[in-house]
Ligand binder design. Structure first.
Ligand SMILES: Cc1ncc(COP(=O)(O)O)c(C=O)c1O
Length: 374
């Protein structure tokens, strides 16, 4: 049986990887500045991670949420420690979309309201509620179209105020818009949003699926602004490639048996992968490394004549180019053997590399970027 052709694929098959490097089936090596959509946080096949996940596989890989899985509590404690959200609760799922789906559902249960405010340019996933709050009509099937979502402008608080009403359960916003081209909500805007949600009795859901997990130099991108969210969604970097998603939940929101659930979420193997990832992050200070390496990269690229606009924070970098970004991206891949990401709508190359990146790889990228934009 052939696969259902929904992906535009590069003619490259990756066979193995280590750290920041990918090797294809012909033995060609690539520098990975994309981490497979920002998933690889501690580097490919990181030694401790491989050891821990392999050991877990030899003990037990899976059992369902009908029994206690102490590793979930251990992961919750580690996440509280690394994020500073000490009293929040953890609910584990399998993907980013599923995390947002549950975040929105929970907000609706808690407030007993049915509307949501989302933002132009947002991407929150492809399941029914997640895609309904995603600003991309092309990926919404007729069944996903709803009048329950209001669309506001990023960084325009007046546009949110005009939409706020007594049926708004939540506002959902990315810590930094990723797919939309690395667009940053300002500190002032996030503070106003927090206040507006409180005044209206609505929850603030921050989607940190791409911008979180240390990528921007703080554990969550919104922590640069000093505000707190009611629900935070995570996935991607959480388990370095093992499919795990999660939401962190304000303790004011009560749990009720059966209100949320999943078969696979929080399984033993997923927890072992997530625990190993967070341990490696803590041991190597990768959040601080993301801040330092981001600063180094921004310093190198600032004022580059091929760049129209440079956006981002830490290791979430959007390079809006003067010339066609997709052409530049192709040359980076095929001529220079460097994987990068792309945001088509805004002609932007997106870098979301593993957090273990060093100056050596950044220098290599900058040299290659100079070459392909000459
Ligand atoms: C900000 C954001 N939210 C949600 C998602 C959806 O995550 P998943 O593909 O794991 O469902 C993505 C994926 O790119 C994302 O970038």
């Amino acid at each position: 049986m052939n696969t259902f052709e929904v992906y535009k694929l590069y003619p490259i098959a990756i066979e193995s990887a280590k750290g920041m490097e990918l090797t294809d089936t012909e033995g060609k090596k690539y520098l990975d500045l994309y981490g497979g959509h920002g998933v690889i946080s501690i580097g490919h096949c990181q030694e401790d991670y491989v050891k821990e996940v392999s050991a877990q596989l030899n003990k037990i890989g899976f059992y369902s949420n009908s029994v206690r899985i102490p590793m979930q509590d251990k992961l919750g404690a580690k996440l509280q420690q690394i994020s500073g959200y000490y009293d929040y609760k953890l609910f584990l799922v399998n993907s980013g979309a599923e995390a947002n789906e549950n975040a929105l559902k929970l907000a609706s249960f808690y407030t007993n309201r049915s509307k949501v405010i989302s933002f132009k340019g947002a991407f929150h996933g492809r399941t029914s509620l997640a895609v309904a709050v995603t600003d991309s009509p092309a990926i919404q099937a007729p069944i996903n179209k709803t009048d329950k979502v209001y669309w506001a402008e990023l960084n325009n608080i007046e546009s949110v105020k005009q939409l706020m009403d007594s049926d708004v359960a939540a506002v959902i916003i990315e810590g930094i818009q990723g797919v939309g081209g690395v667009k940053i909500p300002t500190t002032e805007f996030l503070k106003q949003l927090r206040q507006l949600c409180d005044q209206n009795g609505s929850l603030l859901i921050i989607d940190e699926i791409q911008s979180g997990y240390g990528r921007t130099g703080k554990f969550y991108a919104h922590q640069h602004s000093g505000i707190k969210a009611d629900i935070i969604s995570m996935a991607k970097g959480i388990a370095n490639g093992f499919p795990v998603g999660a939401i962190m939940i304000n303790p004011k929101i009560p749990a009720k048996f059966g209100m949320l659930g999943t078969t696979f979420g929080g399984n033993h193997l997923g927890c072992a992968a997530a625990l190993a990832t967070v341990d490696v992050m803590l041991k190597n200070n990768y959040v601080a490394n993301a801040a330092a390496m981001g600063e180094y990269l921004f310093g190198k690229l600032k004022g580059h004549k091929a760049i129209k606009d440079l956006r981002g924070e830490g290791l979430m970098v959007g390079i809006e180019t003067v010339a066609d970004a997709s052409e530049i991206r192709n040359r980076l891949l095929f001529d220079e053997h460097i994987f990068t990401g792309f945001s088509g709508g805004v002609n932007t190359i997106r870098l979301i590399p593993p957090l273990c990146i060093t100056k050596k790889e950044i220098d290599r990228f900058v040299e290659a970027f100079d070459k392909v934009t000459k």
